[in-house]
Every structure is written in C-alpha cells, then in structure tokens.
Design a protein around this ligand. Structure first.
Ligand SMILES: [Zn+2]
Ligand SMILES: [Zn+2]
Length: 156
C-alpha cells in the first residue's frame, strides 16, 4: 500500500508541476520575473543565459524539500522526487528537443514530442514580455490554435 501511495504522490506531483510551471512561466517569468527570463527570448552568446538561474532556484528548492522530507515528513520526499522528475522531463523537452542544448542533433519529426517542440517554438515567436502564447512544457494545445491566438494578439 505504501508503495502505491508513494507512486501516486510522485505522479500527482509531476502533473501538478506542469500546472505550476505554466503559471510561473505565464505570471512570474512573463511578469515581475521578466528580468531573468528576457535572456531566454533574446539571442544568446555562450552556453548559459541568465534565465538558467530559474533552474538553479527550483533545484535548490527541491533539494530543501528532500532534506525536510527525509527528516520530518516522508510524503514531502516523494513530492520532491516528483518535482525532480518533472525537472528532468522539462530539461529533456525544453532544453534538449526544443533548444538543442545537447551535443547532437535530434528533432522529433512527428507525434506528441513534435507537437511540444512546435508549440514552444510558437512561444518564442515573440521576443517581448507580452502577447506570447503556449506557456506549458509537457502539455501543449493544438499548434493551429496557438497560431490563431498568436495572430489575434499581433493584430491587437
Ligand atoms: Zn517565455
Ligand atoms: Zn524556450
């Protein structure tokens, strides 16, 4: 039973993280946190960008949860595990598949991974803080809908 419960906590945490990431990207990074995130919407020189500090912050946060969880409350440890798995999936899709920050070339040609890549490329259609579409990472709406929304926000 414990194994099942813990697995469930991990899965729910991963799903909840997509919601949290959407909100953070939409309202923090494209809001008061734009100062760091802007670097990700502009051409970069070098390997790192200021926006990577967000990954560091979330990493430290997850590490804190691991420590508190192992000391005081085990479910928190599994929540931290879910957050970490989400971080790895996010890194694979966002930094790997979309932005190709790995030492080889691989673009998914079809399927859901392809849809994720197209959706996030549409997020980068604008370099500005406002008017962007598609703030999620592991879930993406139909690219045709995103394109329509993008056109609508451009003609405003
Ligand atoms: Zn963005
Ligand atoms: Zn991006």
């Amino acid at each position: 039973m414990t194994f099942l419960t813990n697995t469930l906590i991990v899965i729910v945490s991963i799903i909840a993280m997509e919601g949290f990431a959407w909100l953070a990207h939409r309202y923090i990074m494209h809001g008061w946190g734009w100062g760091w995130h802007r670097s990700h919407h502009e051409p970069t020189e070098g390997i790192f960008e200021v926006n990577d500090l967000y990954a560091v912050v979330f990493g430290v946060f997850a590490m804190g949860l691991f420590i508190i969880g192992s000391l005081y409350w085990a479910p928190l440890w599994y929540i931290a595990l879910g957050i970490t798995i989400y971080g790895l999936l996010y890194g694979f899709v966002h930094d790997g598949l979309v932005h190709q920050r790995w030492p080889f070339r691989y673009f998914p040609k079809d399927g859901y991974l392809r849809r994720l890549v197209v959706a996030h490329k549409l997020h980068h259609a604008l370099q500005s803080r406002d008017g962007c579409v598609s703030f999620g990472f592991l879930y993406a709406p139909d690219p045709r809908k995103l394109k329509a929304r993008l056109r609508a926000s451009r003609s405003e």
